[in-house]
Write a protein that binds this ligand. Structure first.
Ligand SMILES: NC(=O)c1ccc[n+]([C@@H]2O[C@H](COP(=O)([O-])OP(=O)(O)OC[C@H]3O[C@@H](n4cnc5c(N)ncnc54)[C@H](O)[C@@H]3O)[C@@H](O)[C@H]2O)c1
Length: 432
C-alpha cells in the first residue's frame, strides 16, 4: 500500500519505518527541513532502540523515503497518516493547529480517493473537525474518509510496541475505511477494536489518564507509607498481585512526565469540562503528580538543610529510561530547585545529555556515573536506566564526599545499599 506519514517525530517515524518494514511503500513528510535532510543521510533525530537499523534497511530497499514536500507526499499516497504534535495550549486544552494545517493540505491535494488516518492524540470530536477542514479546502469532487487510529507505543520500546501492540484501535464511519486501515495491521497478531471515530479518540485519553491515575494513586500511598512506617514497595507488590489491579504503573517515585501523560490528562479534564462532565478525579491526579518534585526536594532539604556549596550527582535526565526525550522530564525541575537553593549539580545520562544541554545550563555534564559521583555530597537517581543497576557501587561510593543516596525511583534495594555503607533514602519508605 502507498502510505504517507505526515510528521516524522517519535510516532510518525516509528510508524513509517514499521509499515515500510511490513512491505508498504512509505513516504515520511515533515516541515522540518533539517530533520528530513538528516533522515535522508540516515541520521535519526531521536534515540529509539532498533529504529536506525530499521529505517536504514527500508531506505536501502526503497520502501521508505523522506521529504519536506508534504503536498507531494499527500498527492502520491492513498492512505495519509497524521502524526503531528498536539501540544497543550496555556489553559491545558489541546492545540490542534498542527493537525489543522495538515488537514488543509490534505484538502488542497486531494487528487483521488484517500483515507485520512489520525494517529495524533486528539480530543474527542477532532475527526469531525478534520473532515470539515478537508471538505472546506478540497478543490476536486473526490471522496475521502477520516479514520482515528490512536497510537499506544511507548518511547524507549517504540519499535517493539509497534510490532507487537497490545491492541489496534480503528475508529471509522464506514466499513471500507476501517478495512483499509485494518489491512495494514493484518500481519500483526493483535486484537483489533473497530469502533466509531469518537470512541477511538476517547480510548486513547481514557487509557493514558487511567495509567496516570495509577501512578498518582501509588504516590499518594507512598506519602502515607513515609508517615506510618509502611514500605510502599511491599504494599504495591501485594496490591498489584490482585489480577483486577495488576502490577504495572504501581511504582512509587517522582511522578509521571514525558510528552504524553501530563498533556493528555489535562486535555481530558478540559474536554470533560467543556462537555459539562466534571472530572474532579483527574484534577486530583494532576495535583498529586505536581506535588511530587516539591515533596522529594523537601526530603533532600531535611537531610541537607544548608545546600550552599553542596554537590549533587544526578543520575539520569531523560523523562524515562531508553529515550533521549526531555519533554516534561522531572530532572529539569529537580535540578532547577536544587540550584536555586545554592547546590551545585553534576549530571549524567546515557543518551539524553545533548537534548538536556538545550534546556539545563549551569550544571556540569559528566561522561559517566562515576564522574558524577566524584566529590558529591549525595547521588540523586532520577531516571532508572538499566546501566545504573550494573554500577560498581563500592567504586561509586569511594569517589563520593559522603555516601548519601536519594533514589527517586525506588530502583535499588535499600538493604543492599545500606550494607555497602550508603545512607539510602527511597520513596515511601520511612521519614527522613
Ligand atoms: N511520543 C509518544 O510516545 C507518543 C505516543 C502515542 C501518541 N503520541 C501522540 O502522537 C502525536 C505526535 O507525537 P510525537 O511525540 O511523535 O511528536 P513530535 O513532536 O516528536 O513530532 C511531531 C512532528 O510533526 C512535525 N510537524 C508539525 N507540523 C507539521 C506539518 N504541518 N506538516 C508536517 N509535519 C509537521 C514536526 O516537525 C515534528 O517532526 C501527538 O499527538 C502525541 O500525543 C505520542
Amino acid at each position: 500500500m502507498k502510505i504517507s506519514v505526515i510528521g516524522t517525530g517519535y510516532v510518525g517515524l516509528v510508524t513509517g519505518a514499521v509499515f515500510a518494514d511490513m512491505g508498504n511503500e512509505v513516504v515520511g513528510a515533515d516541515i522540518d527541513q533539517r530533520k528530513v535532510d538528516r533522515l535522508n543521510e540516515g541520521v535519526m533525530p531521536i534515540y529509539e532502540p532498533g529504529l536506525e537499523e530499521m529505517v536504514r534497511r527500508n531506505q536501502a530497499e526503497r520502501r521508505l523515503r523522506f521529504t519536506s514536500d508534504v503536498d507531494w507526499a499527500i498527492q502520491n499516497t492513498e492512505v495519509v497518516f497524521i502524526c503531528v504534535g498536539t501540544p497543550p495550549k496555556n489553559g491545558g486544552e489541546t492545540d490542534l493547529s498542527f493537525v489543522e494545517s495538515v488537514a488543509v493540505k490534505i484538502g488542497k491535494n486531494l487528487n483521488g480517493h484517500k483515507v485520512v488516518v489520525n494517529k495524533s492524540t486528539v480530543p474527542v470530536g477532532t475527526g469531525d473537525f478534520v473532515k470539515k477542514v478537508v471538505l472546506m479546502n478540497k478543490r476536486t469532487d473526490v471522496d475521502f474518509e477520516v479514520v482515528s487510529n490512536p497510537e499506544f507505543l511507548r518511547e524507549g520500546s517504540a519499535i517493539a510496541d509497534a510490532l507487537n501492540p497490545s491492541r489496534v484501535v480503528i475508529g471509522a464511519s464506514t466499513e471500507d475505511a476501517a478495512m483499509k486501515v485494518m489491512e495494514l495491521y493484518a500481519t500483526l497478531e493483535a486484537p483489533v477494536f473497530i469502533t466509531d471515530v469518537a470512541s477511538a479518540e476517547l480510548i486513547k485519553y481514557a487509557s493514558n489518564a487511567f495509567l496516570a491515575m495509577k501512578i498518582s494513586f501509588i504516590n499518594a500511598i507512598a506519602n502515607i507509607c513515609e508517615k506510618s512506617g509502611a514500605n510502599v514497595t511491599e504494599v504495591s507488590k501485594a496490591v498489584g498481585a490482585d489480577q483486577r489491579i495488576g502490577p504495572e504503573f504501581l511504582n512509587a517515585g517522582l511522578g509521571y512526565g514525558g510528552s504524553c501523560f501530563p498533556k493528555d490528562v489535562v486535555s481530558l479534564e478540559r474536554t470533560a469540562r467543556k462537555l459539562g462532565c466534571d472530572f474532579a478525579l483527574l484534577r486530583e491526579v494532576m495535583k498529586i503528580n505536581d506535588g511530587r518534585v516539591d515533596h522529594f526536594i523537601s526530603r533532600v532539604t531535611k537531610r541537607f538543610p544548608n545546600m550552599k556549596d553542596c554537590v549533587f550527582g544526578v543520575l539520569g535526565l531523560a523523562f524515562k529510561p531508553n529515550t533521549d526525550d526531555m519533554r516534561e522530564a522531572k530532572s529539569v525541575t529537580i535540578i532547577q530547585q536544587l540550584i536555586s537553593m545554592g547546590a551545585k549539580i553534576k549530571a549524567y545520562d546515557p543518551v539524553a545529555m545533548d537534548n538536556a544541554r538545550d534546556i539545563i545550563s549551569d550544571i556540569t555534564y559528566c561522561d559517566s556515573a562515576y564522574g558524577c559521583a566524584k566529590d558529591a555530597d549525595a547521588i540523586i537517581l532520577v531516571t532508572e536506566w538499566r546501566e545504573f543497576r550494573l554500577l560498581d557501587m563500592r567504586r561509586l561510593g569511594d569517589l563520593m564526599k559522603s555516601k548519601v543516596m536519594f533514589d527517586g525511583r525506588n530502583f535499588y534495594d535499600p538493604e543492599k545499599k545500606k550494607s555497602m555503607g550508603f545512607e539510602y533514602y527511597g520513596i515511601g519508605k520511612g521519614e527522613i
